[in-house]
Design a binder for this molecule. Structure first.
Ligand SMILES: [Zn+2]
Length: 71
């Protein structure tokens, strides 16, 4: 799950932008979400690539591994 790296909670995060990418009419399974923390104003981005099963975050958000990842 995504948490604010300043507040260390997901409680105040809201998604400001969510996008699924398309290529040549085909959906490629990459999801990009932009988060904003309504408490401290921090922003960050989360990117999920389903094909490669990778997750990445940038900015003032953190990705916590509360659920175990399967290899
Ligand atoms: Zn915050």
């Amino acid at each position: 799950m995504i948490t604010c790296s300043n507040c260390e909670t997901a409680q105040f995060l809201q998604i400001t932008q969510s996008r699924v990418y398309f290529e040549d009419g085909e959906m490629i399974n990459e999801i990009s979400e932009t988060y904003e923390c309504t408490l401290c104003g921090a922003t960050g981005q989360y990117i999920y690539d389903e094909d490669r099963d990778t997750e990445d975050v940038t900015g003032d958000v953190e990705l916590t591994t509360e659920r175990p990842k399967h290899a």
